[in-house]
Each structure stands twice: as structure tokens, then as C-alpha cells.
Design a protein around this ligand. Sequence first.
Ligand SMILES: C[S@@+](CC[C@H](N)C(=O)[O-])C[C@H]1O[C@@H](n2cnc3c(N)ncnc32)[C@H](O)[C@@H]1O
Length: 340
Amino acid sequence: MTGTVPNDTTTDTAAVLDLLTGGWVAQTLRAVAQLRIADHLAHGPATAERVAESTGSDPGTTYRLMRAAASLGVLSYEGDRRFGLTGRGQLLRTDIPGSLRSLVLVQNEHAHWQAWGRLPEAVRQGRSQAREALGAEVFEYFAQPENAEEAALFARAMGDFSGLVIPDAVAAVDTTGVASVVDIGGADGNFVLGLMQADPQLHGQVLDLPHAVEGARAEAGKRGLSERFSAVAGDFFTEVPSADLYLLKHILHDWDDERAVTILRNCRTAVNPSGRLMVLELVIGTSDFATRMDMNMLAVTGGMERDLDEYDALFAASGWRRVNTFPVGGVFSLLELAPA
Ligand SMILES: C[S@@+](CC[C@H](N)C(=O)[O-])C[C@H]1O[C@@H](n2cnc3c(N)ncnc32)[C@H](O)[C@@H]1O
């Protein structure tokens, strides 16, 4: 039987061939997003040649890219080299509510792509290879002035993720009796600003690294919330400002257990009496997306996705206990903690 492929493996072969194109698919989406093809089709279908003219790209290769995007369900083929936008394609437009364009871009940009290229070594060594790939851990890399553009893209990408969960998360958080909220590692501050919009009594703050706080101030200004908002540069491993409520959205998954416990302990030390903490993360066991994101964490940040028992162990080790769990945004979970 050497050299033949038994019939019953053909389905598996097709499945593996499909899986191995995952990286190609991601880069195809990136090219569509980077050339702003969805924006060019926002007002109706157009020929590849017309789009190429607007994007300043080669007409032949633009046609091939758009054909590939149509095969992914991102564009629709309308005949005569004309393409339109599908529902998926709409999500690659800039500045529409729910846009995923920045997320598509940053996941396939230099930092993530290079770090992912060393995934086998990350598994062998039990740690992210970002330092080997980028010369620095990923958040140090984003803090370097020469990477400011990619760092801003990363912050916007986090905003894209926020768009998926903030409405549910804001609805789930009870701010009765809460005067001050700090969004720890809050980037553009989408979570805290959402809460402030829902509750006009709240004062909000973002704590983040120095390069990130300007974006938060700008976002607060855009929403007319500057008077109740401040952004402070700091290090959540050292200390956090006191508050009635802390938000940790997509923070704990960036770090190993020891570092995650340090962040949680710093919040526990500074929290006002009867204060609370909201953790927003994917939880292993609730979606395939969580196990894929776990590989992203291993490759890029050195962190990990966790199941509920693993989260509860971190909370117990840092003086917190989980008192509520809310599903939000389809695949995410919002965990409400009170002092233990
Ligand atoms: C994955 S992002 C999450 C951003 C935001 N919470 C959100 O969900 O949109 C992690 C954030 O942690 C910030 N960060 C990393 N190390 C930090 C540190 N030592 N102190 C404060 N912020 C830090 C990063 O700058 C980044 O904004």
C-alpha cells in the first residue's frame, strides 16, 4: 500500500489542506484591510480596475486579491470584474461601529507575525519568543518610539475587540454606589468610558504605560468626557491608584500566574472598602476561539488563557473571590470579584 492514500483519509487530507492555509487567509485579509478595499466599495460594487486606481495598486494583482477575498466570503463577485461588499467585508471598513479592520491588521503586522514564526520554539522553551523575534518583550517593543505607529494600531485593535463586548459589559456592571473607576492597562479606555457614558456620576481613569495614555485622553475628549476623566502613566506591577471599581480587560491573559497575581494583589491593596474588580477575558472551555487565543498569548505575550478554576486560583492567591460571572459579546466572560 506504500505510496497510496486510502480513501477514508481524503476528508482528513482536505481538512488539513484547508487548515494549513490559515496563515494565507490571514494575510489575504490583511492586504484587503491595508488597501482599504472595503472603504472603496462602501457605496456600491466596483471593478477591480476602478479599485486599483483608487488604491494606487496594480490592476491585475488587485483583481486576484479581490477574487481571493470573494472566495473567503469577504467580497461578492458581481460579474464583469466587479465586486461588492458582503456582511463580512463591511467589518473591514474603517470607523464603522463593530469594525475589525485594526484587529486584522495588527494580528498580521510585524510584531505578531514575527513572534508567531517562533511558536515551535516557544513550546519547546515554555515561553514567548518575542524577545528573540523583536529584540524586546512585546509591550516594550510597542513602547519604543520607532514602533509608535504599530503601537497605535494595537491600541485601535484593542478598541475593535472592545466594540464586540462593551455594550454587554457595560450593561452587566452595576455602578450603584461607585464613584471612581480605574481601567488598569486600559489603552484607549473604551471600557471605562462606556461606563461613564452610562452613569453620569462616575469619575474614570486609565492607568497605562506612558506611550498609551495620550490615546485615552484623546478618546475621552472625543466623547466629551474629559472633565470626569484622567489618564495616568504608571506600572501596574508597582502600584495602582485607589478606586471603588477596577477594570482588568484583556490584561491577565498577557501574563504568567506570578505576574497576574501581582497585578491582582496591587488592586486588592489599593481598593476602597467594599470595592470590586471586573475581569474581562476569554475562558478556556467556552469557545474554540479561546484555545486559539491561548496560542497567540504563548507566541506573542508569554501569557495564557485560563479556565475558570485557574482564574479562581489566581483570585484566591491575591485576596479576591469571584461573586458573579456574565457571558458577554458571544465568546467572552465578565468575572466580578469582591474582596475575599
Ligand atoms: C492587551 S492590551 C488591553 C488593553 C485594554 N484593556 C483593552 O482591552 O482594550 C494590554 C494593555 O496593558 C498595557 N500594559 C502593559 N504593561 C503594562 C504595565 N506594566 N503597566 C500598565 N499598563 C501596561 C499595554 O500598554 C496595553 O494597553
